[in-house]
Design a protein around this ligand. Structure first.
Ligand code: 8DG
Length: 144
């Protein structure tokens, strides 16, 4: 069986807004929007890959906060895992692979043309935020 290639996607938040990035390459993905991130290197932890990719791609320092439940199939043997992260320092700039960045408020999440593999990831992100609101209500069980 062929090994899956692990990709990390960053759900990077600042002031309640999510950062979306428009790909500039390769040609078949250019113009579509994604979560910044990239391939996990051999032996690297997902959250470390996330911090490294955000530094390389956007020139920012970020802190991983936790995994969004789910393994998202991107096709061609790629599987994406999404981490929530918070901006610690710097202003994101499209240094690599992207030509535009946009901070999306919760009501703007579907205003960009996400890559097909990202649509379930964005939905999971929304569902898990609603879940965390629900889980904080008195008497509710904890999510692992
Ligand atoms: N980073 C990222 N990649 C995604 C998303 N959705 C999606 O289909 N992909 C695809 C695009 C690429 O084929 C693959 C990730 O590869 P990448 O090119 O971003 O990885 P990388 O930064 O490590 O790239 P490189 O070193 O090979 O240039 O996953 C997403 O939301 N974020």
């Amino acid at each position: 069986m062929t090994e899956l290639i692990a990709v990390v996607g960053a759900a990077l938040y600042d002031e309640g807004r999510l950062l979306a990035a428009r790909r500039s390459a390769p040609e078949e993905l250019a113009g579509r929007w994604e979560l910044p991130g990239g391939k996990v290197e051999p032996g690297e932890r997902g959250e470390d890959a996330l911090v490294r990719e955000l530094r390389e791609e956007l020139g920012v320092e970020a802190e991983p906060l936790g995994r969004v439940p789910g393994d998202f199939d991107l096709g061609r043997g790629y599987v994406m895992r999404v981490w929530r992260a918070r901006l610690l320092a710097g202003e994101p700039r499209p240094l690599e692979d992207h030509d535009e960045l946009r901070w999306l408020r919760p009501d703007e999440l579907w205003t960009v043309d996400w890559l097909p593999g990202d649509v379930p990831a964005i939905q999971a992100l929304i569902d898990s935020s609603l879940g965390s609101v629900r889980d904080s209500s008195p008497g509710s069980g904890r999510d692992s």
